[in-house]
Design a protein around this ligand. Sequence first.
Ligand SMILES: Cc1ncc(COP(=O)(O)O)c(C=O)c1O
Length: 373
Amino acid sequence: MDKNTTMAEFLPTWVEVDLAAVADNLRAVKEMCGTALMAVVKANAYGHGTLPIAQTVEKAGADAIGITHLDDGIAMRDAGIKIPILLVGGVFKEEIKPALTHQITLPLVDRTILPAISAAAKALGQTLQVHLKIDTGLGRFGIFPEEIPALMAEIREHQNIEIEGVCTHFAMSDVKDDPLNELQMERFEQALESLKILGVQPKWIHAASSATAYYYPQMRYNMVRISESLLGMGTGSEDYPFPENLKRTITWKSRLISVKRYPAGWGISYGQKYHTAEDEWIGIVPVGHGQGYHRADCNKVLIDGKRMKAVGNVCIDQFMVSLPKYYEPGTEVVLLGKQGTEEILPEDLRACWKVPLSNAHMIDRTIPRVYRE
Ligand SMILES: Cc1ncc(COP(=O)(O)O)c(C=O)c1O
């Protein structure tokens, strides 16, 4: 079934999202890990669309959803998402009240936010449950393991904050044999031990994102936090292949809008970086860097089931493709995903564009998504 929009109307450019594949990926990762699973839904679910992905993962059995921007969580609650939602990044003190109103669990990433959390708990007349983040080496959010005794003393003074979860996040788990992985594991164990000595036994311990969950099974504890694996990007790693138990989830399509035969030596696009070698058919695709299709010399698309080279600089709204023959305007072009037996992978775009894998899915939000369940 299609949601959001349908192919009944003519679309010049669109993104097909395979929600069944997202659900299958979630079940595959959960089964492999044998733990609870928090689906991390950030940055428009890496181009898939926040709400349809949130609804899909809830239906497929996610135990919680992780977000980094409060607005996303509020939109999820407004759309009827019932499972726990956690802020997995930081939180501003101004966001505490709206987060609690929408039953969104707060992170505890540094000591400065404690008084504001405690004041909110007091105003509600409740004990608030938070997830304590430990910075074991990522150099982002979290307290250092050695700060735990002082922090716990402060928490106990407030008397209205409980540690429901303890977590950390890895910096190098997608890089095979990086020594920081071992070090982060040791530091996290040390943090858990300090908490245990102080009598803190959190309900949830979570440390593994996609790569960690696959390559460091000992770090799965009782919950994993997963995003890329659910969304067709595997473990986001250049060192490891796309896992066999996962599926691709997205196809970005457009159509040729104009096709013209050029004489030899004609310059194509701004900067005139490409000149036709001989008489050459050139097609125009109505997508550009304004919609998230980056400017690069290695862009390729699929037309008629074959790989074809984009030529000349990508413009803000268009790019040009060298064609082996005339194709009718309206002919389908695949920018990412499969056509026949050929496929352009997110990894191909990452390599060509020299961006992180998730950026390969940063397709402009205004491009219609066609959802298939
Ligand atoms: C704190 C946190 N946990 C989990 C994830 C999910 O990571 P992955 O996409 O590698 O599964 C992210 C992703 O950015 C994150 O920031």
